[in-house]
Write a protein that binds this ligand. Structure first.
Ligand SMILES: *Cc1c(COP(=O)(O)O)cnc(C)c1O
Length: 362
């Protein structure tokens, strides 16, 4: 035992394992393991990022003013009620540290995004994972799990890795069933991809005045996972708390420049969403035709169910043999499934072919 020990809850954290990006001995890798957009970096964002190279001696604007204004314009939100972060992960962590801690509880759904579990344990919260129905968050069960010590409820909508989504009315019902001293965090990392009309990313609920926060990211449809950029939209008093606890220069200057340019990229989101709609449907149907169960998804990924952990492992190996990296799901208690990002048309075709071969026993 080392003499120096962290708080006990820290040792219960399993380190986050990101999507793999290398296969030994394979030259051409197709990375479909982290839900990065299908089209790479928006060209304008690449230019804006490069243009910052000569300015790197300057501290960034700690208030991220220009970026918050650009986000506000794009999404019709008050920039004063936005805080930017080094990825939305940073903001998730800050919310849990600020409102959670020893003696409190954090409620999430059983297959919810794993960062809530990690952040909750870091803060010392008891993390309660609530069983789902059909891999979809169950509002009644979540409300039933809320107790006097609960301070935080997390919902990714759509959820990663299941792809399932709660309609606006269900999310509103969740909020309505929570006490005012419980913060509801709606993680809408995949909001731009949702085309269902009964969806609200959380803006309406934040505006309705309850203690609700919406988090968003530049890592998915905007193709900027590498620069680490996310934001939160929240009531003024929560914004005040986030501004107290975040690093004073938590968002770096080239990231801000890239983010502003990505928002301004003509047609980028439309093109990405149209592609995603078409290929998510095609790949889902294609895999189902092979006898693989595919859950309905509102995100830029699908969850393919191979029935058993052994079959999923074998399928993963068959994909890897062709240079295709997808995400194993054991950490999400879904060892029988693989999460596959919707890549380019060619990449989707490669997945289809590789799994066709696998299912034939080739
Ligand atoms: C990818 C993802 C994020 C994004 O995190 P960043 O730190 O902004 O890159 C957040 N939540 C969910 C559910 C995600 O899948």
């Amino acid at each position: 035992m080392p003499a120096l020990l962290p708080r006990p809850s820290i040792l219960s954290i399993e380190p986050y394992v990101g999507g793999e990006s290398k296969i030994p001995g394979v030259n051409r890798i197709v990375k479909l393991s982290s839900n990065e957009g299908a089209f790479g970096v928006p060209p304008g964002a690449q230019q804006a990022y490069a243009a910052m190279a000569a300015e790197l001696h300057r501290y960034p604007d700690g208030g991220a003013t220009a970026l918050r204004e650009a986000i506000g314009r794009r999404f019709g939100l008050d920039p004063a009620r936005i805080v930017c972060g080094n990825g939305s992960d940073e903001l998730i962590g800050a919310l849990v540290m600020a409102y959670g801690g020893e003696g409190t509880e954090l409620v999430m759904s059983a297959h919810g995004f794993i960062m809530y579990d990690i952040a909750g344990r870091y803060a010392g919260c008891r993390v309660i994972k609530v069983p789902e129905r059909n891999l979809t968050a169950d509002v009644d069960a979540m409300l039933a799990a809320v107790g006097p010590r609960t301070r935080l409820v997390f919902l990714a909508n759509p959820n990663n890795p299941t792809g399932s989504m709660l309609p606006a009315a269900e999310v509103a019902r969740l909020r309505a069933g929570l006490r005012e001293d419980v913060l509801l965090v709606l993680d809408s990392a995949y909001a731009e991809y949702v085309t269902r009309p009964d969806y609200d990313p959380g803006t309406a609920l934040v505006d309705a005045g309850g203690n609700t926060v919406m988090t968003r990211t530049f890592s998915k449809v905007f193709g900027l996972g590498g620069v680490r950029l996310g934001w939160a939209y929240a009531p003024a008093h929560v914004i005040d708390i986030l501004n107290r606890v975040r690093g004073p220069f938590n968002v770096n200057a080239p990231a801000m420049a890239a983010g502003i340019a990505a928002l301004a990229e003509p047609g980028w989101v439309e093109k990405s969403v149209a592609h995603n709609d078409a290929w998510r449907a095609k790949l889902s149907e294609g895999l189902r035709a092979l006898g693989i169960a595919v859950h309905p998804s509102e995100g830029n990924f699908i969850l393919a169910d191979f029935g058993t952990a052994e079959r999923a492992k074998a399928a993963d190996a068959a994909l890897k043999a062709r240079g295709l990296i997808v995400r194993a799901m054991a950490a999400y208690s879904l060892p029988q499934a693989l999460r596959i990002t919707i890549g380019t048309a060619e990449e989707c075709g490669m997945v289809q072919d590789a799994l066709a071969g696998f299912m034939r026993g080739a």
